[in-house]
Design a protein around this ligand. Structure first.
Ligand SMILES: NC(=O)c1ccc[n+]([C@@H]2O[C@H](COP(=O)([O-])OP(=O)(O)OC[C@H]3O[C@@H](n4cnc5c(N)ncnc54)[C@H](O)[C@@H]3O)[C@@H](O)[C@H]2O)c1
Length: 257
């Protein structure tokens, strides 16, 4: 029996990843600062196996304790726990900056440092880190963007470092996905419409849009893929710099010049 460890599993993308990985037959370990009883019950109701842990991903001792109590050796890790503070650089306090980087980047490190030895001892595995299009673009808020850029760089760095442990590591960069993280912003109709207008596929992401990509990267279909980032954003970063000007440009045709 193998185990898939998922952080941020109480809500949104982490919850969707847990449901999807449990459906593949994995026993899932659900880590969340609030516990993840709701997700655990959903999985059990569908006949899957899950165990929940109330743990803050920035707490190294607590995470080490959880990894020591996993129901089976970890063969998959999904780092998804995250927070956002929507403030421009000059509005952001040092405490807010530290907390965002602490959860979104150092929290990933804490899981990596505790899970990798057990994964390696079990014969290897696959790690998927949830980054963001914010880490690729200027679409976001400084502390969050900096942390997500860090996740992208860390994932590339670790591809070579972890290969000798037979561990693959990749990231997924979601666009705008309906979840707890942006319930406030997407509850504002003007922001919601402007966001959808910027997505070529014409809709917001659902958590399961991301979970399907995570399941692909975590599974055997992707066994030659490591150090990659897969953008799942409905095409948003392909057009984001054009905005409405893009529509005008594309209606303009000219002969060869
Ligand atoms: N929703 C989006 O549009 C979007 C876009 C790009 C990336 N992401 C990323 O996806 C990941 C999942 O976020 P989501 O959108 O599902 O949001 P969400 O708020 O629905 O879920 C995040 C979960 O992480 C947990 N969490 C937060 N801090 C924690 C901590 N210190 N320790 C343990 N658990 C903690 C929360 O309790 C929550 O259950 C995050 O890394 C986020 O940055 C989200």
């Amino acid at each position: 029996m193998n185990c898939a460890v998922i952080t941020g599993a109480a809500s949104g993308i982490g919850r969707a990843c847990a449901l999807r990985l449990a459906a593949t037959g994995a026993t899932v370990a659900l880590l969340d600062r609030h516990g993840a009883d709701g997700t655990r019950r959903e999985i059990e109701d569908r006949g899957g196996k899950a165990v929940g842990f109330g743990v803050d991903v920035t707490d190294d001792d607590a995470v080490r304790d959880v990894v020591g109590r996993l129901p089976a050796p970890p063969r998959v890790l999904v780092n998804a726990a995250g927070i956002i503070v929507r403030k421009k650089l000059l509005e952001c306090t040092v405490e807010e900056w530290r907390r965002v980087v602490d959860v979104n980047l150092t929290g990933y490190f804490v899981l990596l440092r505790n899970v990798i030895p057990a994964m390696s001892a079990a014969g290897g595995g696959s790690i998927v880190q949830i980054a963001s299009i914010a880490g690729h673009t200027g679409y976001g808020f400084s502390s969050y963007t900096a942390a997500k850029g860090g996740v992208l760089a860390l994932t590339r760095q670790l591809a070579a470092e972890l290969a000798e442990h037979r561990i693959r590591i990749n990231s997924v960069s979601p666009g705008v996905v309906e979840s707890g993280l942006n319930r406030d912003t997407l509850g504002n109709q003007a922001i919601r419409q402007a966001t959808v207008d910027n997505i070529p596929l014409g809709r917001l992401g659902e958590p399961d849009d991301i979970a399907r990509v995570v399941a692909f990267l975590a599974g055997p279909e992707a066994d030659f893929v490591t150090g990659a980032d897969l953008v799942a954003d409905g095409g948003m970063i392909s057009t984001i710099h054009w905005g409405k000007a893009g529509a005008e440009l594309h209606s303009f045709h000219s002969e060869e010049r």
